[in-house]
Design a binder for this molecule. Structure first.
Ligand SMILES: [Zn+2]
Length: 65
């Protein structure tokens, strides 16, 4: 049996789409990517979408479907 530390259960899941994110649960939140305080861990795709929405008032327009 191959030895591995890459147990999927040790990774975070996106709070929005429940997809596994390549962020270890043991990793401190301050060093995580795509972590939103008050919301939780997001995946890159959801983070981009949410972040864009939050900046919507300020940023220039991006093509939104
Ligand atoms: Zn997601």
């Amino acid at each position: 049996m191959p030895q591995t530390n890459e147990d999927p259960k040790s990774y975070e899941k996106c709070v929005l789409c429940r997809q596994t994110v390549k962020i270890r649960i043991s990793q401190t939140v301050s060093s995580r990517k795509y972590y939103v305080e008050g919301a939780g861990q997001l995946c890159p795709a959801c983070y981009a979408r949410v972040y864009e929405t939050w900046n919507h008032g300020q940023a220039g327009k991006k093509a939104a479907p």
